[in-house]
Design a protein around this ligand. Structure first.
Ligand code: ADP
Length: 511
């Protein structure tokens, strides 16, 4: 998980220490309510919510019914109403997130009032003893409040808690006990879902089947897919390409195979003392198999492949990208074990430290990602791909972030041969034996994998259009003569890049 303080361990402490505004970021209001009740002690607890106005938190008895948050805060800010009180605020997302056309937070009245109240709380002796607790599923902190707000995360149930929930459910509903082995699988599948989601799914499973069966697992998986779709930040990529579809890049493939072995038996590996694999950064020449390798990793590890598109993450408003990054990370952890493919990593981190508000957001975004990479213990394996690492900040390239950094160069002779074989094999397998591979390889120095794939598909098309029965070496050579290879188009940048990678001593993906 992201390393925010958690509600369970910290809520009481922050209240006692006089932190003025706590922000509990969660979808689970009920669970947040339970924690708040458990730490309230002898304090009065008030609640403002969007449908009822100000009510008594425990009894829900109306106090200032149907009053707006602004009116309530305005009333509470004077006098001693708030002393020895916890004020819980719900449904305030839109009030706190109000932004002007340029995407800047409006310094609206609610923000100003919260600031005023926080100031009174903080005043020490003469001030009031109170805590404002905002409960919301999204994290929106108006800029003027940033320094006054402490964000707490409501942790998702861990394995023991999930097991207890299932046991309780079985007892309460009088259904037949689930075999131990199956129960274990179910516990792992439920990981990453909230208490209420787990409850809903258990109910649904029993409503459909009358008991908890193998179908429950499928239900859980579908639910996780739904989570991804709904959030709209990650994309689930179907597992098509495998390691055999990559020509060359032998070092990288071998390395991935080793990690796959660890994941296949992760529990045993961890018991043995193996560290949880974090991930890999694959950088280098465009069109040479970086994305292909990310996809193949999903299949090789036999885990769902989620793609995080950095362009999409950057959101309409800069402020949203940080929230989106947090969401993406949470989702990936929820789905784990999985492969999280972070595509075009350099896009997100260009402009770090460049000053201005845009630079600030990217810097924070980057911090969130770095901290997560460094401290990650979940089985969300990151495959980050980047075309241009000159745009990446040096901190990212330090060893403790990734298990390894690979540099993908233009394919050498042997690799070009493999790439030709793979793509010809996919479409004209029967013609391969008659084709002079030596010549093709000799004529395609400086071609990327994508260039070679292009040559193969174009030559097959022109052979067909000509009315040929077979594809010949000459057909392919014709096509090569009409192709501008990648290195022809970007000779200098490629040279510079190669030197940079060598200077930094990144591992070469090819042998
Ligand atoms: P990038 O390195 O820019 O991510 P891709 O992996 O997306 O490049 O490559 C684009 C296409 O080119 C692939 O879908 C594949 O068909 C072909 N290709 C590139 N490199 C290789 C390779 N090493 N082996 C086989 N095909 C390749």
């Amino acid at each position: 998980m992201l390393h925010l303080p958690t509600v369970k361990d910290n809520l009481g402490g922050y209240i006692d220490a006089g932190f003025p505004i706590l922000y509990i970021c969660t979808y689970e209001e009920e669970k947040a309510d339970r924690y708040i009740s458990s730490v309230a002690g002898r304090k009065k607890v008030l609640e403002w919510n969007g449908s009822d106005g100000l009510v008594n938190f425990k009894t829900k008895a109306p106090l200032l019914p149907d009053q707006s948050l602004e009116a309530v805060l305005d009333f509470l800010k004077i006098g001693k109403e708030l002393d020895r009180t916890l004020l819980v605020i719900k449904d305030a997302d839109s009030l706190l997130a109000a932004r002007d056309d340029a995407g800047r937070p409006e310094s609206d009245k609610v923000t100003a009032l919260l600031k005023e109240i926080a100031r009174r709380i903080r005043k020490g002796n003469g001030g009031i003893d109170a805590t404002v607790i905002i409960v919301s599923s999204v994290l929106h902190i108006p800029q003027p409040l940033e320094k006054l707000v402490t964000v707490l995360e409501l942790e998702l149930p861990d394995e023991t808690e999930i097991k207890e929930m299932i046991d309780r459910f079985i007892q309460d509903n009088g259904i037949s006990t689930v075999p131990e082995r199956f129960l274990e699988e179910m516990v792992i599948a439920f990981k990453g879902l909230s208490e209420s989601e787990i409850g809903d799914l258990l109910n649904l499973a029993v409503a459909q089947e009358g008991e908890l069966t193998g179908k429950t697992l499928k239900l859980i998986f579908d639910q996780k897919q739904q989570m991804i779709l709904k959030a709209g930040i990650l994309e689930m990529i179907p597992l098509k390409e495998g390691i055999a579809d990559i020509g060359g890049l032998e070092n990288l493939k071998e390395w991935l195979k080793k990690k796959a072995k660890v994941f296949k038996d992760i529990k045993k590996a961890m018991d043995f003392g193996v560290a949880m694999p974090k991930g890999v950064l694959i950088a280098g020449v465009p069109g040479c198999g970086k994305s292909l390798s990310a996809k193949a990793a999903g299949k090789l590890f036999d885990m769902p492949l989620l793609r995080l598109d950095m362009g999409r993450l950057m959101g309409k408003y800069l402020g949203e990208s940080e929230e989106n990054m947090r969401k993406a990370i949470r989702l990936a952890e929820a789905i784990s074990p999985c492969v999280l493919w972070v595509d075009e990593l350099e896009k997100a981190f260009a402009g770090i430290g460049s000053g201005g508000s845009g630079g600030e957001v990217t810097t924070r975004l980057f911090g969130t990602f770095l901290t997560w990479m460094q401290e990650k213990t979940s089985a969300a394996f990151v495959v980050a791909t980047a075309n241009d690492i000159t745009k990446l900040p040096p901190e990212l390239l330090r060893k403790e972030r990734f298990d390894e950094i690979f540099y993908v160069p233009l394919p050498n002779k042997e690799e070009r041969r493999k790439i030709f074989e793979i793509h010809l094999g996919k479409r004209r397998k029967e013609d391969i034996s008659g084709i002079d591979m030596e010549r093709l390889v000799a004529e395609t120095e400086g071609y990327s994998g994508a260039d070679i794939e292009g040559v193969v598909s174009e030559s097959i098309e022109s052979a067909f259009v000509k009315g040929s029965q077979r594809l010949s070496t000459e057909d392919i050579l014709d096509c090569i003569r009409n192709t501008h290879s990648l290195s022809e188009i970007m000779k200098e940048p490629l040279k510079e890049m190669a030197k940079l990678y060598e200077d930094r001593k990144f591992k070469k993906a090819s042998r």
